[in-house]
Design a protein around this ligand. Structure first.
Ligand code: NI
Length: 190
């Protein structure tokens, strides 16, 4: 079932999500919710979607990038369901990422992200995940994880002059950003 995506201004996006008790992960309720979250993410052509974005304050997000998302430049991410995640930065380095969000219609802006992170958590079967994520993919995971703490990418935009609509992004910033993305992907492999 497709769920309604909360938009910026809705207080639910500003509340911290709660951990999902481990023994509840395999319950019908949580499993159905994960299916709905995936369906909603795919219908909206997003790269990821976090539970608070559909007004559910659980620490769950999904990420997946393939040819069907609205981001032509993002390296592929296989469908990943992450429950109760913990992210650790593995480097002092940062890169500039042009981000958008399904909860912030038609706005993009430049955010600094860590290009090498460790992602720990549980998958939808309750099995542990412990992976190093790099580059643009690491940025996507940081963006989704922020939603679990009530943070939206706009909070992290240092220079508000970088805000732009999709139309202006395509006109004025896309070519340069895609050039930067190629450099990041060449350096980090994703
Ligand atoms: Ni978002």
């Amino acid at each position: 079932m497709e769920l309604t995506i909360a938009k910026i201004g809705d207080p639910v996006l500003r509340q911290p999500a709660r951990e999902v008790p481990e023994k509840e992960i395999v319950s019908e309720k949580v499993q159905k919710f994960i299916d709905d979250l995936i369906e909603t993410k795919r219908a909206a052509k997003g790269a990821g979607l976090a539970a608070p974005q559909v007004s559910v304050l659980w620490k769950i997000f999904v990420a997946e990038v393939d040819g069907s998302t609205r981001y032509s430049y993002k390296p592929p991410i296989p469908l990943t369901v992450l429950i109760n995640p913990k992210i650790t930065f593995l480097t002092e380095e940062r890169f500039e990422n042009f981000e958008g969000c399904l909860s912030v219609p038609d706005l993009r802006g430049v955010v600094e992200r860590c290009p090498e992170i460790r992602v720990e958590g549980l998958d939808r079967e309750g099995k542990p995940i412990d992976q190093v994520m790099k580059g643009i993919t690491a940025g996507t995971f940081q963006h989704e994880n922020d939603h679990l703490n009530g943070t939206i990418f706009v909070d992290r935009v240092k220079d508000s002059k970088t805000f732009c609509t999709w139309e202006e992004f395509k006109k004025h910033h896309e070519n340069e950003f895609h050039r930067q993305v190629k450099i990041i992907v060449a350096k980090y492999g994703s």
